[in-house]
Design a protein around this ligand. Structure first.
Ligand SMILES: Nc1nc2c(ncn2[C@@H]2O[C@H](COP(=O)(O)OP(=O)(O)OP(=O)(O)O)[C@@H](O)[C@H]2O)c(=O)[nH]1
Length: 571
């Protein structure tokens, strides 16, 4: 930057000459008038100073605006190993709130309930376990701010405790550990401490920052302290929500009732939902006709942190879907229709884009410039897990970080697949084989799942992932060709009546339309039929009807060439 006069700089910085002169005075810069020239580095220093001041001012305003938004209650989910007392804890909490009300008060299940204490209100998600929680997370919604991991102090950390911790961590929720069943003679909080430390989680009692609280879901011992800790963490998290904003939140549950119709439970996270409002959730919309809360009371409005059951959806939205307010029916219809169309388009591409193996995952990571590899490790023994993790810790580099979401003994489970699918990760197993149903689920959800028998093969695979050496190489394999013999214009589109002249045509093949040897179009098949039936493939010598996605200008004599991309396994 060359020399500049003060009034020019003031203009450039969009400020008055007086303001700039004042700043120059503060900086001790000498000048005669606003027409004086500034040295290049002085002008630069002024610019930087003003830049900084403006950033600070914007941050201050943003903070002020945030502080003007009222606090909201924390939302808590309870997770843990089977039989460690999740349901009992929820029951205790639910009862303690009912006891405060008049006897005989009705309660209804609306997916979440509030517990009011002197220190504030806490909202508990009413379904124990991490399946429900993960289904919600799968759709991208963050519902719980805090996860309470229940660990029976009679047993200590068990396999599902680890899974629950992994799920909670992946969701970004703050975690509190509740050592339960402390009323039993066999309970030992030290066992819980030790087990957690083995996982690298250091309890406050040992100088770490993991809150581990002794409780009994049976006697209620320690539960007030648990609630206090939840509220303390909530305060530190400074959770806020604007009741004046447009309502939005998460669908917690939905079911069809023979008499009432669609019963949908939802949690309002922002804004205030009112009877008469229109909302969209996923591909469905509703006009709220009535709302009721966990006490069975009719509500005309529900603010942030309220869980309510609503009437007014004609079809069931999926649990975990986020919902949001829209102004009217026109908007509701248009948005849901758009979404349905988008999904259809995605589905037809899904076949091609689905992650099938680690190489696919790598490619996707590179495309999205993801710098972390999320892994779930499963092995036959604790010893082999430790060995793998030891080597792994040396592989994690600056460029790509290997993030182990869960390392556990035993075969990969369906819950692992959910976790990997939400975190866009892969499951690697050593000396343990996933069951058929787990494999199938992984396939459906596009989660790479690979088993190894030799530790070093597993490590090599990860090394390749880290170094990005596993650039997949594809080649195009021609499956067959078909000749267009007749063209039918139907209401649903144009169908090319074809004869398969060589090889075969498959439903999900890539198609090139060749006219006089030249490619005129390239894309996918919309529908492939033999006689009246949708088929997956048609072989040489048979006739078929083909509709293409986005191409209808067939001419008799056009050749459809079907091919598929196959991965050439690099050495
Ligand atoms: N003595 C004692 N028993 C408890 C306590 N908490 C739970 N139990 C008992 O432990 C058993 C399992 O408790 P649940 O609350 O059903 O455990 P859960 O974790 O919800 O189990 P699942 O729903 O099967 O995953 C029940 O028999 C409870 O009565 C406790 O603090 N003290």
């Amino acid at each position: 930057m060359a020399k500049i006069r003060i009034y020019q700089l003031a203009k450039e910085l969009e400020m008055s000459n007086e303001e700039l002169l004042k700043i120059l005075d503060d900086m001790g810069v000498a000048y005669k008038s606003h027409a004086s020239t500034l040295e290049e580095d002085t002008a630069q220093a002024v610019k930087e100073l003003i830049g900084e001041q403006r950033v600070a001012e914007a941050a201050r305003r943003a903070e002020e605006a945030r502080k003007a938004i009222p606090p909201r209650p924390p939302v808590v989910v309870i997770m843990g190993h089977v039989d460690h007392g999740k349901t009992s804890l929820l029951d205790y909490l639910r009862k303690s709130r009912i006891a405060e009300k008049e006897a005989g008060g009705i309660t209804q299940h609306v997916g979440a309930f509030e517990v009011k204490t002197e220190g504030g209100t806490v909202v508990f998600i009413d379904t124990p376990g991490h399946e429900a929680f993960t289904t919600i997370r799968q759709r991208g919604a963050k519902v719980a701010d805090i996860a309470v991991i229940v660990i029976a102090a009679t047993e200590g950390v068990m396999p599902q405790t680890k899974e629950a911790i992994a799920h909670a961590k992946a969701s970004g929720a703050k975690i509190i550990y509740a050592a339960n069943k402390m009323d039993l003679p066999g309970a030992d909080i030290n066992r819980v401490y030790q087990d957690l430390m083995q996982m690298g989680i250091v309890p406050v009692a040992y100088g770490g920052d993991a809150e581990v609280l002794p409780i009994s879901a049976k006697t209620g011992q320690g539960i007030p302290e648990l609630l206090e800790t939840i509220l303390l963490i909530a305060e530190l998290e400074d959770l806020r929500a604007d009741p004046k904003a447009e309502a939005q939140g998460v669908i917690l549950e939905s079911r069809m009732d023979k008499q009432a119709g669609a019963l949908v439970s939802l949690l309002v996270q922002q804004g205030t939902l009112r009877v008469g409002d229109y909302v969209v959730a996923g591909e469905h919309w509703g006009k709220i006709r009535a709302m009721s809360d966990a006490d069975g009371k009719r509500r005309s409005e529900a603010g942030p942190g309220s869980a309510v059951q609503v009437l007014g959806f004609s079809e069931l939205p999926v649990a975990g879907e986020t919902f949001f307010w829209v102004p009217d029916q026109v908007a509701a219809k248009e948005i849901t229709e758009e979404r349905i169309e988008e999904r259809r388009a995605r589905e037809s591409q899904a076949e091609a884009g689905r992650t099938r193996n680690l190489a696919d995952l790598m490619r996707r990571m590179r495309e999205s410039e993801q710098k972390e590899i999320n892994l779930i490790l499963r092995a036959d023994t604790q010893g082999s897990l430790e060995a793998i993790q030891n080597i792994l810790s040396k592989e994690s580099g600056d460029e790509v970080k290997v993030n182990v979401l869960l390392a556990a003994v035993g075969a990969p489970s369906e819950s692992d697949v959910l976790l990997a699918s939400t975190a866009h990760g892969a499951i690697l197993s050593f000396n343990v084989n996933p069951s058929g149903s787990v494999r199938k689920m992984a396939e459906q959800k596009g989660v790479p799942l690979q088993s190894f028998r030799v530790i070093y093969e597993l490590i090599d695979e990860i090394r390749r992932m880290v170094k990005g050496q596993r650039e997949p190489v594809f080649k195009e394999e021609v499956l067959g060709t078909a000749e267009v013999r007749a063209i039918f214009k139907l209401s649903r589109g144009t169908v090319a009546g074809c004869m398969v002249t060589t090889g075969r045509i498959t439903r999900n093949a890539d198609i090139r339309v060749l006219r006089k040897g030249k490619e005129v179009w390239r894309g996918k098949i919309e529908s492939l039929r033999r006689l009246k039936d949708d088929v997956r493939e048609v072989s040489q010598g048979f006739e078929c009807g083909v509709m293409l996605e986005g191409f209808a200008d067939f001419q008799e004599g056009d050749i459809l060439e079907a091919s598929q991309r196959v991965e050439v396994t690099a050495g």
